[in-house]
Design a protein around this ligand. Sequence first.
Ligand code: ADP
Ligand code: MG
Length: 229
Amino acid sequence: MQETLISVHDVGRRFHLGGETVHALAGVNLTINLGEIVLIEGKSGSGKTTLLNLMGGLDTPSEGRILYRGDDLAARSQREITRWRRTTVGFIFQSFALIDGLTALENVETAARIGGLAPKEATDRSREILARVGMSKRVDHRVAELSGGEQQRVALARGLVCRRELVFADEPTGELDHATGRTVLEILRSVVERRGMTICLTSHDPAVQSFADRVYRLEDGRLAEGESR
Ligand SMILES: Nc1ncnc2c1ncn2[C@@H]1O[C@H](COP(=O)(O)OP(=O)(O)O)[C@@H](O)[C@H]1O
Ligand SMILES: [Mg+2]
């Protein structure tokens, strides 16, 4: 019997821009089970980032409900949501969201400290995870000195440095060449297996499909029928 981690029920998200309403998501229903790698694929602008932000509690739906282990996220206070995000959920942002003035190592360490690790452990684990993503030689470089692909790997290390039940990865291979993208997906797969983690990632690259346990396809803010597996 599979354990459901997240369930999304009839979720919609509208944005108001000037006099216009953008329907970023409408009528979305999906589930993510414990231990799965779930891919949300779709073209640019189809609503992938919006959906991840909602499931990760960074944004709230205009309609519908999102349950985490059966509890409605909307019923939680902002404080509870923040705590839940810090202890349970990891984010690897499409925009990386790294701190430019800090080195690769410092960026990962900062996340490790926020996640509750003691200084020595934060440093050790940060070095270890940066090595796994092939960034050993760049740990003391500032973010601004790194290429897009290198920044993406630092963002990955930062999202994985603390043990989390669930990690959201928004286009984690978007800036990478095919071989490096493959390595990143293998790292994600190995942490799922070793730590019993759950991952929800997005991509607009069809090559990522075969990597996921299940796939949902977004088209203009709606899930395509019958294409998830
Ligand atoms: N904060 C926002 N304000 C207004 N429109 C937004 C906002 N965020 C997203 N959108 C719109 O919602 C749609 C989906 O965006 P997004 O979720 O970023 O798509 P994707 O990640 O698949 O490229 C787009 O039309 C985008 O312009
Ligand atoms: Mg996006």
